[in-house]
Design a protein around this ligand. Structure first.
Ligand SMILES: Nc1ncnc2c1ncn2[C@@H]1O[C@H](COP(=O)(O)OP(=O)(O)OP(=O)(O)O)[C@@H](O)[C@H]1O
Ligand SMILES: [Mg+2]
Length: 257
């Protein structure tokens, strides 16, 4: 049983022009995600959802100015990016990066070795990757392609879930993993996430704009994220309310506050 706990988290982002003042984006985020739980975060563009995911993963541009993030009581903010991954945190990025010259198979094996602390036994590894790729309907030829290079939007998202499947983190943050997926890919990706939940009892933090994916991946908790914090939490029915009414009620309250 693992608990990711975020308390009163404030985060600034450094601007590209290094003389410019950093911008205050997260303004007191409180959130707790446990093994086996699925939390959906929904909120308007620019409200800070990806910033939250980067802050948890340890992106150097995002500076935590106050508050805490702990994993089973261990201070995540004290950990380097790779220590966070080894501790069991995983981020599927909204915009996965391309790594020219590094093959998918090399990347996955290196990542698995780093996270598990030892190289996976080759025979077992080949079987493991083959099964995961088959389940996600990824063509075997992708193994030899450079990571994400020239992948279509949907192919990139599928590969994020392939990593999730093979790295078996304790808590997975999926930032708009459903964006740009056709109906079949959405099903395949959702099944991958559900497999992870069942097999590894993983905790999932699912950032999305659409209730469509929530029909496949059932969240127990839905959070409304506005202006750098969680402004309301509820059960799955909250997602339907948002789809129906939008965020107006929350954004006007956030402005008034
Ligand atoms: N490196 C950066 N430099 C300047 N501004 C940034 C930077 N990173 C984030 N921001 C700003 O922080 C705000 C929050 O961005 P973030 O990507 O976290 O939003 P989001 O909720 O994920 O939005 P979306 O739903 O569109 O993905 C935005 O206004 C964005 O422009
Ligand atoms: Mg985002």
């Amino acid at each position: 049983m693992t608990t990711l706990e975020i308390r009163d988290l404030h985060v600034d982002v450094a601007q590209t022009d290094s003389d410019a003042e950093p911008i205050h984006i997260l303004k007191g985020v409180d959130l707790t995600v446990k093994s086996g739980e699925t939390h959906a975060i929904m909120g308007p563009n620019g409200s800070g959802k990806s910033t939250l995911s980067y802050a948890i993963a340890g992106h150097p541009k995002y500076q935590v100015t106050s508050g805490s993030i702990t994993l089973d009581g261990e201070d995540v903010l004290e950990m380097s990016v790779d220590e966070r991954a080894r501790a069991g945190l995983f981020l599927a990025m909204q915009y996965p990066v391309e790594v020219p010259g590094v093959s998918m198979s090399n990347f996955l094996r290196t990542a698995a070795t780093a996270v598990r602390g030892e190289a996976p036994k080759l025979r077992h590894w080949v079987k493991e990757t083959k099964e995961a790729m088959t389940a996600l309907e990824i063509d075997p030829s992708f193994s030899e392609r450079s990571v994400n290079e020239g992948f279509s939007g949907g192919e990139k998202k599928r590969h994020e879930i392939l990593q999730l499947d093979l790295l078996k983190p304790k808590i997975a943050i999926l930032d708009e993993t459903d964006s740009g997926l056709d109906v079949d890919a959405l099903r395949v990706v959702s099944e991958g996430v559900n497999r992870y939940k069942e097999r590894d009892n993983g905790g999932v933090l699912l950032i999305t704009h659409y209730t469509r994916i929530l029909r496949y991946i059932k969240p127990e908790f839905v959070h409304v994220f506005v202006n750098g914090r969680v402004v309301e939490s509820g059960g799955p029915e909250l997602a339907d309310v948002l789809e129906e009414n939008g965020y107006e009620r929350f954004t006007s309250a956030a402005k008034a506050g």
